[in-house]
Design a protein around this ligand. Structure first.
Ligand code: ADP
Ligand code: GLC
Length: 478
């Protein structure tokens, strides 16, 4: 079976969040099950720099949304890439979606419409000798692929639309429609029209043969108005095509026994070896050594992630006796609030603003617990890294967080199955309450180690979920 994956991020070439990890890990996980996945990706500078000097062009455009472009193929880090090399759209300084100051590019609709058009062309046979059985599009940046296929005239391959986060929908004014090159009939209620404008994700959800999201709980939540972000009606109407498939993680990249980023490598049998990592974290975040729990947060600093609640509760968190090391970037006001909190609580709270993959590994290996106070969380990956590294997840009970962590309630502790702590999302009191529970349980070293070990036994690999994707793909191709 041949699959074309279409995503705007791909680890290790370009990453702003979990989408990259998932799109980067799925091809290898599926390969083990006999599925070949080629990954289509925009030619950002960071991507072009990783390609061989003269990559093979497999398709050319004299004009694609205002400039010449080509699709090149290459193998990088074991990934079979199809890169849209379109300098007028992607050869710019800054990130995947915005300039160096973090402002979204005003022509993002055009950039990702072009990307999606090119992906649809590949899916329709633009590359000599290759045609996928399945097109797997991720998030709004790739969603229009399915609309181009639907209105393209030829019989398209089967299509899957995966939603990683319903909060990002790619919603644009109706005025762009004429430039998309879709037939006028597509600007309709069951096409790309969305609240009077054009909705990229909406168009993909409408056109897809199957819709997936990244956890069973989020698949249920998004059918409710509170989580549906305006799309709950459509999702309910198409509920028979909606599936929740949990994300896994790359257990080779994230292996505490071999991880090059750590001060000291370890396994569940030698948790003492984590101590050197804890000391390294204390040094880097300028924290006083102490016998109480060291908490970490590794996150985009946004409202979704509950980072405003965290910033507001720093005093009470410190009051509980816990220490906190925060690594994150995002909202400038939240960065400022957390840095101010660290200055107020010298030695108890440390904050590094920035994006640092290596440091995120060290934190998982050195902290006692990872705090994830998200208001909603489609899946979440940092709790899975935490499980694997003996860094006990303390999570808001929502989406994939609820699906992957077993709360240390009385029954779960008795049965020896607890892997972390749950609390009510969106509440500062609940967050602080959970931190107090952590402080209490952490004081019982044997109990704490039992929770760590139970977490390290959890299967966080892609194995089960890769099978679920293959099952879905097969059901679509017959
Ligand atoms: P989301 O995609 O919504 O941000 P996930 O938990 O799915 O949330 O994925 C976040 C990914 O980004 C994880 O791999 C996490 O380790 C990483 N990450 C987030 N912030 C940082 C940071 N400041 N430095 C390094 N890695 C980060
Ligand atoms: C999104 C979600 C996150 C999920 C990730 C990968 O960024 O916010 O919960 O883990 O995608 O699917």
């Amino acid at each position: 079976m041949q699959v074309l994956s279409v995503a705007s991020e791909l680890f290790p070439l370009v990453k702003t969040g979990g989408l990259a990890d998932v799109a980067g890990a799925l091809p290898a996980a599926l390969a083990k099950l006999g599925v070949t996945m080629r990954a289509m990706l925009p030619g950002y500078p960071a991507v072009m720099a990783r390609l061989p000097k003269k990559p093979k062009a497999v398709h050319q455009y004299a004009g694609l949304f205002g400039g010449s472009a080509r699709i090149v193929e290459a193998r990088v880090e074991g990934l079979d890439l199809l890169v849209l090399d379109a300098p007028h759209l992607f050869d710019r300084p800054g990130g995947a979606y915005g300039d160096t100051a973090g402002r979204d590019w005003p022509d993002n609709w055009r950039r990702f419409a072009a990307f999606s058009k090119a992906a649809a062309d590949v899916a329709s046979g633009a590359i000599a000798g290759w045609r996928p059985d399945i097109v797997h599009a991720h998030d709004w940046q790739a969603a229009l692929t399915l609309a181009y296929l639907r209105y393209g005239g030829t019989t398209p391959p089967a299509t899957v639309m995966t939603v990683h986060n319903l909060a990002f929908q790619g919603q644009f004014p109706a005025a762009i429609f004429d430039e998309l090159g879709l037939p006028a009939s597509a600007m309709s209620l069951d096409g790309v029209e969305y609240f009077g404008g054009v909705g990229f994700l909406k168009a993909g959800l409408q056109a897809a043969d199957a819709i997936t999201t990244v956890s069973p709980t989020y698949a249920r939540e998004i059918r409710l108005p509170e989580f549906g972000m305006g799309l709950d009606g459509l999702l309910n109407a198409r509920a028979d095509r909606l599936h929740g498939i949990l994300n896994g993680i790359d257990i080779e990249q994230w292996n505490p026994q071999t991880d090059e980023h750590l001060a000291s490598r370890f396994s569940a049998k030698g948790l003492r070896q984590r101590d050197a990592n804890r000391r390294a974290v204390e040094q880097r975040f300028v924290l006083d050594p102490d016998s109480g729990p060291l908490l970490t947060v590794i996150s985009r600093l946004t409202w979704q992630k509950g980072m405003d609640i965290l910033a507001a509760e720093l005093d009470r968190i410190v009051g509980s006796g816990a220490r906190l090391a925060v690594l994150g970037s995002g909202d400038h006001a939240l960065e400022g609030a957390l840095l101010a909190g660290a200055a107020r609580h010298r030695g108890r709270v440390g904050c590094v603003v920035g994006y640092d993959e290596g440091l995120s590994h060290m934190l998982q290996a050195g902290a006692d617990a990872i705090l994830i106070p998200s208001r909603f969380e489609p899946c979440g990956l940092t709790q899975l890294y935490g499980l694997r590294y003996g860094c006990v997840p303390v999570v808001a009970r929502t989406g994939g967080l609820a699906d992957t962590i077993i709360d240390a309630n009385h029954a779960a502790l008795e049965a020896g199955v607890a892997t972390g702590f749950h609390f009510q999302p969106g509440s500062g009191d609940a967050l602080v309450g959970a931190v107090h529970r952590v402080v209490d349980v952490h004081a019982d070293r044997r109990l704490w180690a039992a929770i760590q070990k139970q977490g390290m036994k959890s299967d966080v690999s892609w194995e089960a979920s890769a099978k679920a994707y293959v099952g879905l793909f097969r059901s679509l191709t017959g």
